[in-house]
Design a protein around this ligand. Structure first.
Ligand code: UDP
Length: 320
């Protein structure tokens, strides 16, 4: 199979590229390196089945050329990370909405199969735990910048499903829950790479708020397994699937876990949200996926435990 991965030089995209190459696919990457990095794909460059173009998906002729070459498009290119979203809201909205519009329009011209990466952020402030794919989405007010990310990805989902319904374009939506692993950068606020970096440097570990908020973290290898399964499955198009793990941990406990595993002397400090992000910032108190839909479809089961995830990130940061 020939697969185009937009955002293929990003953290998840580079791991997906690796997996597809390993099973004999041809991989085309399109990435503008805005949050991705050439280092992430350096080790793939010599593989004759791997090609990459450094360009934005907003460049329509270049994206068209790449879409035309492949059988499947995996659209991962997006503005990502809560810090980036709060700091650059215009870029977030434009990249997420316009980029997806272009990818879907071009894929539709040649009826290429599409897998759109969405996010657990779309569940917003919903209290209906665990989150199921058909549950209501609960967004905050439009003057709270964070929710522009959720809304922009929700629009992507609407558009993808509209293409499926109206034009019979085979589009599948994957909602990814807090994905972690080697090569993820802490630069855009992601908690685990940040905590590990702080702990290894024996610097204060910064817990935002009171640390009672919780998340379920998934290793990138488990997420990639889910994505590959959705690329292949004939019944996936037209549907939305959560991909995640249901092991829940509070951010305070996470800080303690990272400190213990790194044998760090770091102090754990609590930083008010308005200092960490901006005045009036709203966090999601909990985020827990129901993954039974993708499990029923293809037997999906996350295999990597939280301690193993943390060990892998610690190892990666200690050796790079
Ligand atoms: N967080 C934290 N310290 C950090 C970075 C993040 O306490 O240095 C918190 C953040 O406020 C959120 C959780 O960790 O409650 C997960 O944040 P992340 O940005 O990784 O992902 P999110 O779930 O918010 O998309």
């Amino acid at each position: 199979m020939k697969v185009l991965i937009t955002g293929g030089a990003g953290f998840i995209g580079s791991h997906l590229s690796e997996r597809l190459l390993d099973r004999g696919d041809e991989v085309y990457v399109l990435d503008d390196l805005s949050t991705g990095s050439i280092d992430n794909i350096e080790h793939l460059k010599d593989n004759p089945s791997f090609r990459y173009t450094i360009e934005t998906v907003m460049n329509e002729p270049v994206t068209a050329e790449n879409v035309d070459r492949v059988d499947v498009v995996v659209h991962l290119a997006a503005a990502v990370g809560v810090r980036l979203i709060v700091e650059s809201p215009v870029r977030t909205i434009e990249t997420n909405v316009h980029g997806t519009e272009i990818v879907l329009k071009l894929a539709d011209k040649k009826k290429k199969r599409v897998l759109l990466a969405s996010t657990s952020e779309v569940y917003g402030k919903s209290q209906a735990f665990p989150f199921t794919e058909d549950a209501d989405l609960v967004m905050g007010a439009t003057d709270k910048g964070r929710w522009s990310y959720a809304c922009s990805k929700a629009i992507d989902e609407f558009l993808g499903l509209a293409y499926y319904k109206e034009k019979r374009l085979p589009v599948t939506i994957a909602r990814l829950f807090n994905t972690v692993g080697p090569r993820q950068t802490g630069r855009y606020g992601m908690v685990i790479p940040n905590f590990v970096r702080q702990a290894l440097a024996n610097e204060p570990i910064t817990v935002y708020g009171d640390g009672s908020q919780s998340r379920c973290f998934t290793d990138v290898s488990d997420v990639v397994g889910g994505l590959v399964g959705l690329i292949d499955h004939p019944e996936a198009p037209g549907q939305v699937f959560n991909i995640g793990s249901d092991f829940e941990i509070s951010i305070r406990e996470l800080a303690e876990r990272v400190k213990a595993l790194t044998k760090s002397t770091s102090e754990i400090v609590f930083v008010p949200y308005e200092k960490a992000y901006e005045e009036g910032f709203e966090d999601m108190a909990r985020r827990v996926p129901d993954v039974s839909k993708i499990t029923r479809l293809m037997g999906y089961q996350p295999k990597v435990s939280l301690d193993e995830i943390l060990q892998r990130v610690i190892h990666h940061q200690s050796t790079s």
